[in-house]
Design a protein around this ligand. Structure first.
Ligand code: AFP
Length: 279
């Protein structure tokens, strides 16, 4: 595991350097989910692939930017699933973006997720690594320094919700309004790493990306976005759901690029959501 964490640290340092001299152009390709790939998405994916190709304990890599899993060492135990550059469409406006990593043992399933991590490329480079508990690291003078353990309060104050309101269900609309009626503040940048990081560091709230009329399975990807963050939020004392199950970690992985509606929050917001559904 240590060599995997070392590779994640190295990857995030390299990507943060790449972003300083960014080429914002698009490639002529689309990825599996139909997004046109930015040169930066592709270069970040290549950097991570290069770094991990020397890591003996990794069996395979699964990337948002690759159609298929990439086999590395057949007899190794771990599969690393990652989104190399989440929020890349915001690099041109200089917003914070990130990379997300899920580390699975033997098989890609929620039960086999043994650690996750994400990097935030903002005014500073920060990394959250979560085995048993989420620890925040800051990059300073050439190394990552542990800052603190991250814990969510029982109830938060922030409300971040994605997709076009045009496609929201009546239920989702009502729930989001009910939080604003409780004086929650709107926060949504369009990069899930930055938005989830803000809620985690400010102690709580809700991040949601719901099912919509045009995307009944939502937008965010199970393997390399949703499960890694669900793991971190639950280890931080929060809760998650797809709107039906009592945890996102109950989801079955049907295919590596599958998407799901998702809600991440403090315990209060998630139990309010699930409670309202039962009424
Ligand atoms: P990009 O990586 O294409 O910028 O997409 C970011 C993202 O996957 C996730 O980080 C955001 O939460 C979500 O999409 C934003 O989507 P909406 O604009 O539909 O809310």
């Amino acid at each position: 595991m240590n060599e995997i964490l070392k590779a994640i640290k190295e990857s995030s340092i390299k990507i943060s350097e790449l972003l300083k001299d960014a080429d914002f152009g698009y490639t002529s390709h689309t990825n599996h989910t139909g997004d046109t790939q930015l040169k930066l998405d592709v270069r970040s994916d290549e950097l991570i692939t290069e770094i991990f190709s020397g890591v003996k304990s990794v069996k395979a890599l699964i990337s948002e930017e690759k159609d298929e899993a990439l086999s590395l060492n057949e007899d190794a135990d771990f599969i690393v699933a990652y989104d190399p550059l989440d929020g890349s469409s915001l690099v041109d406006v200089n917003f914070a973006v990130g990379s997300i990593f899920g580390i699975y043992k033997n098989k890609v399933s929620a039960k086999n997720l043994v650690a996750s991590a994400y990097a935030v490329y903002g005014p500073r480079l920060e990394l959250v690594i979560c085995g048993d508990k989420p620890i925040l690291y800051r990059y300073k003078n050439g190394e990552f320094v542990a800052v603190k353990e991250l814990k969510l309060n029982e109830k938060g104050k922030l409300n971040a919700t994605g997709a076009s309101q045009w496609g929201w269900s009546k239920e989702h609309r009502k729930f989001i309004k009910s939080l604003f009626d409780e004086k929650y503040r709107l926060r949504y940048s369009g990069a899930m790493v930055a938005d989830l990081h803000q809620i985690l560091l400010k102690g709580g709230g809700l991040f949601s990306y719901p099912a919509t009329t045009d995307a009944p399975n939502g937008k965010l990807r199970v393997t390399f976005e949703v499960l890694p963050f669900a793991y971190i939020y639950e280890k931080a004392g929060g809760a998650t759901t797809d709107g039906k199950n009592s945890s996102l970690l109950e989801l079955e992985v049907k295919q590596i690029h599958a998407t799901t509606p998702c809600y991440f929050g403090s315990k209060y917001e998630i139990s309010k959501l699930l409670g309202e559904k039962c009424e």
